[in-house]
Design a protein around this ligand. Structure first.
Ligand code: FAD
Length: 413
């Protein structure tokens, strides 16, 4: 029988290490830096977390949405959480023990004003299709078969980016453009634990890489340098880039319920991306291209793309993009390392098109998607602000409306 606790019971916020895909979204979102990580797990610091819930909606897997009643004297330390492979069972507590005031329901906690500020929307567009998420997790992974692996970047380029097609056979795996999947690389990490899943955006539309087939494609960059430029062999990206046709892969997901495209007639899409951030943009563009072939009304919105890379040889899907009709998509490339030319980033390309951007910003049917390298967000938001202000629009008001109406979506990694 459990011993009566002489202390209050606290609701402790925990992250499920089995489901977490270590995407860092929670740590980035937390307004009071209550989330941290080591090489193994992401954890919530019990003495800092105020249950503001800012991290819950952005988490793509739901791993963050775990709460356990724990006696205040026995809260799990971050060291304990780092050692977990799975969540511990609930602590046995005497039924008569009172919960600490205000700890009854984390979702009912009052959010500290302004503390849950994130630049992008946490809801999808009103006309987005209903998505399925978390159909498969580490306890019920799905096996996909590789049906293609093609290099997208020029052979002369150091950057190896691949287009990999995964087939699910007859096992249901319903997806929408803008969602992602998790791939679990085989083997174990330095601590002898199974590798955790890495997340990859889908590059194919909802009806399959090949229309009417139960398959998806992803765009994967082989990681051979860390963020500081030191040589490293990225575990999952190298595994995927080396896959051969017929190999099988462990997949979880799908993930993501906000970075979804609008489906109503006349909805405009502005896509801003770098590198593999082009994956969801390809998915959305391909969806619209197929709808155009069906002469659907959905197609009648504008598509505007800003796409940055160091040079054309490193730009995934460069050839196919260039073949798309000009009256279908307005493409703006920005190359930062083209010999003999000044550096140009996506923000510069956006500035060059400020008049057209402003016209789209003025339109309530315009939806904006940003995906790619960390650090591009602030530059892109700056240009959007500049553009709005130059056109006499109230940026704080517009920005708030874009967030509240699911019209501005940011995904960087
Ligand atoms: P790891 O073994 O995990 O890391 C090795 C080292 O490289 C570490 O030091 C790490 O800090 C560093 N590192 C990790 N990623 C990068 C990087 N991109 N550039 C430089 N250094 C890095 N990747 C894609 O290729 N295509 C996608 O479509 C894609 N979509 C994503 C969507 C989301 C929402 C998120 C969160 C991530 C996405 N990623 C995508 C990144 C992907 O999940 C992996 O992080 C990436 O492939 C590296 O994994 P790895 O196992 O090879 O490297």
């Amino acid at each position: 029988m459990a011993t009566p606790e002489s202390v209050q019971i606290k609701k402790q916020h925990l992250i499920d290490p089995e489901i977490c895909i270590r995407c860092n979204t929670c740590e980035e979102t937390c307004p009071i830096d209550a989330i941290t990580h080591d090489g193994t797990n992401y954890v919530v610091m019990p003495d800092i977390c105020n249950h503001c819930m800012a991290c819950v909606a952005p988490c793509p897997t739901g791993a963050i949405d775990n709460w356990q009643d724990v006696p205040a004297t026995r809260m799990y330390s971050i060291e304990a959480q780092y050692s977990w492979d799975e969540l511990p069972p609930p602590v046995a507590i005497e039924a008569s023990e009172p919960a600490a005031a205000g700890d009854e329901d984390p979702a009912a906690q009052v959010t500290i004003q302004g503390s849950n500020y994130v630049a992008g929307a946490q809801i999808p567009p009103w006309s987005a299709s209903h998505c399925f998420t978390n159909l498969y997790g580490p306890r019920n992974v799905i096996t996909a078969t590789v049906s293609g692996n093609f290099r997208l970047t020029d052979a002369s380029s150091e950057s190896d980016i691949r287009h990999v097609v995964l087939d699910f056979g007859s096992v249901p795996f319903p997806v929408l453009e803008g969602q992602s999947i998790g791939i679990i690389p085989p083997g174990r990490d330095a601590s002898d634990r199974l590798h955790h899943a890495r997340q990859y955006s889908l590059a194919s539309p909802r009806d399959g890489e090949r229309p009417k087939y139960n398959n998806v494609s992803i765009t994967v960059k082989r990681v051979e340098q860390d963020y500081d430029g030191n040589p490293v062999r990225g575990v999952c990206s190298n595994y995927i880039c080396d896959l051969k046709k017929g190999d099988t892969v462990q997949v979880i997901g799908p993930f993501g319920h906000t970075f979804l495209m609008p489906n109503h007639p006349g909805s405009n899409i502005i896509m801003i991306c770098t590198g593999t951030g082009s994956a969801p943009m390809r998915a959305m563009t391909e969806r619209r291209r197929r709808k155009r072939l069906e002469q659907s009304l959905e197609e009648r919105g504008r598509l505007m793309l800003f796409f940055g890379a160091r040079c054309p040889e490193e730009l995934p899907y460069f050839g196919p993009l260039n073949k798309l009709p000009k009256d279908f998509i307005d493409i703006n490339f920005a190359f930062s390392r083209e010999p003999g030319k000044p550096k140009k980033y996506v923000q510069d390309a956006m500035r060059e098109r400020q008049t057209d951007l402003l016209a789209l910003l003025r339109n309530d049917d315009t939806y904006i998607y940003v995906c790619g390298v960390k650090g591009m967000e602030s530059g892109v938001l700056e240009v959007l602000q500049e553009t709005a202000v130059a056109g006499g629009l109230d940026w704080p008001e517009l920005h708030l409306s874009l967030r509240q109406k699911g019209r501005l979506h940011l995904e960087t990694y």
